[in-house]
Write a protein that binds this ligand. Structure first.
Ligand code: GUN
Length: 290
């Protein structure tokens, strides 16, 4: 079993990005600028946005965090979007989800200029991804494909089973893995909460991507010997063994599943660091042009 070290690969890519930004600056080119909009005070969102802003600074990007209270109206937030769309200094921006219940995420996401949509959530960009046109790829699936590429894990003709059908991870993951690319070209099966006898499918997986959001959902009896297992889940569970009183676990029961795998991503330190790196890559693309 080989561990897929997302933390190490993310650090390598960040160094590559930092080198490129230095070159761009030396040539007098514009510094990439990412804006992250955070509405309300969801704890997880605050952590994610702080990590994104920090990563930008590490590679030499400009980054701005815009915070609004959860009482902001939909109209006011649409005005923020309009302003960002028009601001030539802003290359790309993200609207951290979830938004408060009184604001339509769909309305807000649809208002983002697709050229600045570095999350790749706008239907225009989703359509471009599906048809294979140059666009911003959603961060988590793009980060997973990058891990497969950097570890030279052969995927062509293999069976990739994706558990989860969210717009952010499961659906784009299934699309990317079915595409005619070197680190894709799979036969893809998509499983979700309504799938019957899910083990019948997971046992056929050469590559199993787990993104359903349930701690320790995938157990050893569900995994084929030699499979590549990619764990997208991240959950805090109580623990008496740590000072903080909790530990992070994924959607995969790592202890029992890992010995059966050819490759597996740990939690933390697997997919998570790659998600942020993909956002940086998209922001660089936004600055240079797609
Ligand atoms: N909420 C959870 N994941 C994401 C993400 O990748 N982008 C944004 N904008 N919000 C999220």
């Amino acid at each position: 079993m080989e561990l897929i070290d997302g933390k190490k690969i993310a650090a390598e890519i960040k160094q590559e990005l930092a080198d490129e930004v230095s070159r761009m600056k030396a040539e007098g080119k514009k510094t990439p600028h990412l804006v992250a909009v955070l509405v309300g005070n969801d704890g997880a969102s605050e952590t994610y946005v702080a990590s994104k802003v920090k990563a930008c600074r590490e590679v030499g990007f400009k980054s701005t965090e815009l915070r609004y209270g959860s009482d902001i109206t939909e109209e006011q937030l649409l005005e923020v979007v309009e302003k960002l769309n028009k601001d030539a200094d802003v290359d790309g921006y993200i609207m951290q989800l979830p938004l408060p219940a009184h604001i339509s995420e769909e309305k807000i996401l649809m208002a983002i200029d697709p050229d600045k949509d570095v999350d790749g959530f706008h239907p225009c960009n989703v359509g471009k991804m599906v048809t294979g046109l140059p666009t911003y790829l959603p961060a988590t699936p793009a980060g997973i494909v990058e891990l497969l590429r950097r570890y030279r894990i052969e995927t062509r003709g293999k069976h990739c089973v994706v558990i989860g059908r969210s717009n952010i991870v499961g659906t784009p993951m299934a699309v990317l893995m079915s595409r005619k690319d070197e680190y894709a070209d799979c036969t893809v099966t998509m499983c979700h909460s309504r799938t019957r006898n899910i083990k019948d499918f997971t046992l056929q997986a050469d590559i199993l991507v787990v993104a359903l959001g349930k701690p320790h959902f995938v157990t050893a009896d569900m995994v084929k010997e030699g499979a590549v297992v990619i764990d997208v889940g991240i959950h805090r569970i109580p623990s008496e063994q740590t000072k903080s009183g909790f530990r992070l676990v994924g959607d995969v029961d790592y202890e029992t599943v890992a010995p059966k795998c050819s490759y597996i991503t740990p939690v933390p330190g697997g997919v998570g660091p790659m998600t942020i790196v993909s956002l940086l890559q998209n922001t660089l693309k936004a600055c240079k042009g797609l």
